[in-house]
Ligand binder design. Structure first.
Ligand code: TYD
Length: 211
């Protein structure tokens, strides 16, 4: 993205990797340092997005893979245009749970659609918007499943997919991080929350001093 002063950080990883915990810790740290922080997420970071989130996560019955990909892309288009871009133009730090890498991993590798097509769909939807930093919390899907079971919440449509699906999703995230190593920070999500938070802060500190 051009013409902006803010900083855009996305968190990615499988379900149960601890993205929300890390987003909370990062938000507190940046707010205490005096930055204005906007916390947001996909799907569902706007009013329109909430409606789309309800469909993609809770619709009973199948959604054709291409329709699912378009629903996530529609959520993303509206979210970037009405929430993320304005915040970055104001100079805020945007901390966002999930972005286009989730589509490439879940709809691409998970639902087995073409990865480049999925990525290009999102880039079209957002006029090419890419974050300054993407933190990938990498976790063995079997360990993630144990964490989700312990949380004792009902599974959404994606979480309910079988282990092989989540193994493909994990591999896709790692491949994305490899292909764009300058944008990604890959961390072992089996480490303690405070160790992970320290690593995230170190990287973010190097980015905020430039701004
Ligand atoms: P998330 O908000 O992380 O779930 P939770 O509220 O349970 O933490 O994500 C919702 C689900 O949507 C998650 O299983 C991943 C999936 N997803 C996609 O399949 N494609 C996408 O583009 C995005 C953003 C999410």
């Amino acid at each position: 993205m051009t013409d902006r002063r803010g900083l855009w950080i996305t968190l990615e990883g499988g379900d149960g990797a601890g993205k929300t915990t890390q987003a909370n810790l990062l938000e507190t740290w940046l707010s205490e340092a005096g930055r204005t922080v906007l916390r947001t997420r996909e799907p569902g970071g706007s009013e329109v997005g909430q409606l789309i989130r309800d469909i993609v996560l809770h619709h009973r019955g199948d959604i054709a893979p291409r329709a699912e990909a378009l629903l996530y892309a529609a959520d993303r288009a509206h979210h970037v245009a009405t929430v993320v871009r304005p915040a970055l133009e104001r100079g805020d730090v945007v901390i966002q749970d999930r972005y286009l890498d989730s589509s490439v991993a879940y709809q691409g590798a998970g639902r087995v659609l073409d990865a480049d097509e999925i990525r290009n769909l999102s880039l079209w939807a957002t006029e090419g918007a890419l974050p300054d930093l993407t933190v990938l919390l990498d976790l063995d899907p079997q360990v993630a499943r144990t964490r989700l079971d312990a949380a004792d919440k009902p599974f959404d449509r994606l979480e309910a997919e079988k282990l092989e699906f989540h193994v493909r999703v994990r591999d896709a995230f790692l491949a994305l991080a490899d292909a764009e190593s300058a944008r990604f920070l890959v961390l072992d999500a089996a480490a303690s929350p405070s160790e992970i938070a320290d690593a995230v802060r170190t990287r973010v500190a190097s980015l905020v001093t430039d701004r």
